[in-house]
Ligand binder design. Sequence first.
Ligand code: HEM
Length: 427
Amino acid sequence: MVGNLNFTLDTFILRKLAQELRKKYGDIYEIYLGSTRTIWLNRADMVDEIMLSNNRLAENFNLDEIGVSDKGVLLNRNLDDVMYHRKIFDKTILTSQFGKNITPITQSLFKELESLWKNYGCLEGDKEIDILLWMERLGFECMLKLFTNFRAYALINYYNFLNPKQKVIVPENPLSPIVTEGFIKNLPNFFFIIHHFFFSVKCLLRAPGKRKITNNYLRGKDWLDSNIMNLIKLRKSQIENYSIDELPHHPEVLQQIREELTNVIGTKEDSEITFEDLNKLKYCKAVITEVGRLHTFIPINGRVSLKSVVIDNYKFPANQQFIINAAAIHLDPKNWNNPEEFDPSRFLSSDGDSKNTLMMFGGGPRTCPGRNLGMTQLKILMALIYRKYDIELVDPTAQIKSKYSFINQCYEMKVKIKQRRNIEKEF
Ligand code: HEM
């Protein structure tokens, strides 16, 4: 195959290409990426054994040359080091305490966002905004607060940029708007890996609120620490954005979300939502999971065999690079009824429960350690947005604007927001 630049350009092309290759070459085939032989696996049962490997990328990707193969987590090939980091994740970000802490933080920052939206005059349903840009800043601010107890006031900075004649005073803080904005704006464009491989546990080991944040911190000097926020900012804002794109096309799903929200948290639009409430939002969780299936966040993932392995009667040596085509597995009719359809109710039944059919968070020993934290925050944002607001896509017929660079990224989402009236009467 020549010209695989397509991979980096557009998620839809990648998704289509993944489907085309599968149709043409079957469930297992090889592709040379440069001189590296990669074996592509497209069926859930084929990946069972290889997902148990705790190594993601083979030696011949020249990671040593750029100095990343022994750092952080994602691309680190020093497996003892990786497993040490993972143990710390298990005792920190994977625990419910992190979910409990992020719940009030997100609510109070969402209130700040709402008051800025109100000042900006965009809650009457007639003013276009790019909600992606607001959500990125909200996500960033939540994680900064969660991990450091500091604020960057990224939402206020963005508001002041949009509305220079009626600026809001930015409280004193150690981060300049230029640095914060540069950080937020540039990251989605950087080679994605940077978000991951510098990921470190250092910040988890320090007590929140005690660390010193300087402009250099976000400028890149201390990437090791800052990337934890990055990851989350991107991850969550992406899934949120895909949800915002799906829901206007599925009013029946939105209706069910709202029914569940009313049953669990009541009809008061500003009442406090607790971590316990979030655990009861089964339908909202199903919607988020369905978005994660259809818009696979990491559509193709890597694993390396630690010893020789037989897959579908083919024998492969140790240190073979495999590519797991999660996007194709997510659309495989053998795993899912009507796989192209957006149908969250499939996650309320047993459909999709089998092993490795859903890889929204990957799988095996390298599965995403931030999955609980990510899911909690997505549920709370879904509740905060949809219990109080109607969101209309400016152009509902347009294809979602997304691109692919290792992660599936949405880069623009123009919407109009309107505050709902008489919520109590609707039910
Ligand atoms: C909805 C949100 C999220 C999604 C969809 C997601 C998805 C993923 C996926 C698919 C992987 C690859 C797993 C594999 O290879 O098996 C991954 C890895 C990872 N994620 Fe997440 N993630 C999310 C949120 C988070 C959060 C909130 C954090 C941190 C606080 C985080 C930290 C990580 C790390 C450190 C890895 C690398 C793990 C390793 O290499 O061992 N993720 N994530």
